[in-house]
Design a binder for this molecule. Structure first.
Ligand code: CA
Length: 230
């Protein structure tokens, strides 16, 4: 099962609902925001795989949010597809100029939109990140945002996924909460260290289903370590 998460930023509840249904049918995890402010805080808290961003929003516009996300180191790699009723060629150019990865004009068919999302995801995922990582029975598939242990799918949120990816590529070393924050959330994000503990707990819980929670180790007074050694 794919656990790519799509954040839908759209002020019209009916369109949001339609998008949610279409995306869930395509097995995406859907997050919703009714305006750009709400979307921005959700993205900084836990970056989605892709943002579907309406242009015309109350308050901060979609284009302004896109500009902000593309300016920050830790959010600039999140693909953005702009949704808009605007059909003017100049608007399209403006959207792409601020860094949107694609552009879909309303009205669109859900099928077309899903195809565009998949194309953007394929295009924006660096090939080095597409190789699977494995430790014993635990396998992480970056391109599919999927984790399995002994061939069983492990259900894991997007932040826990990135946390696990970081740990699997940095084994046997102790990291302080602050270092984990910098590496997984980015150094420009102001998040309390406690947040790390919350996500570590969720990661352990997800791994515990197959008895692998012991891989995520607490090093008292220092931080965390990921290791197959006790
Ligand atoms: Ca709108």
């Amino acid at each position: 099962m794919s656990t790519s998460s799509i954040l839908v930023v759209e002020d019209e509840p009916s369109i949001r609902e339609m998008l949610k249904m279409a995306l869930e049918r395509a097995e995406f995890k859907v997050l919703e925001a009714a305006d750009a402010q709400q979307a921005q805080s959700m993205i900084f808290e836990s970056p989605p795989t892709l943002v579907l961003l309406d242009w015309m929003l109350p308050g901060m516009s979609g284009i302004e949010l896109a500009r902000r996300l593309k300016r920050e180191n830790n959010t600039q790699d999140i693909p953005i597809i702009m949704l808009t009723a605007k059909t003017e060629e100049t608007d399209k150019v403006r959207g792409l100029e601020v860094g949107a990865d694609d552009y879909v004009t309303k009205p669109f068919s859900p099928r077309e939109l899903i195809a565009r999302i998949k194309a953007v995801l394929r295009r924006t995922m660096p090939s080095s990140l597409q190789d699977s990582l494995s430790i014993n029975d635990l396998i992480l598939y970056p391109a599919e945002h999927r984790v399995t242990i002994a061939d069983e799918d492990i259900h894991i949120g997007p932040t826990e996924f990135r946390l696990l990816h970081f740990f699997m590529t940095h084994q046997d070393r102790v990291y302080s909460r602050n270092q984990v924050l910098d590496q997984v959330w980015g150094s420009n994000v102001y998040i309390e260290e406690r947040t790390v503990d919350v996500h570590i707990r969720r990661l352990r819980k997800a791994l515990s289903i197959q008895g692998c929670d012991h891989l995520v180790q607490t090093v008292r007074g220092v931080g965390y370590r990921f290791s197959i050694k006790g």
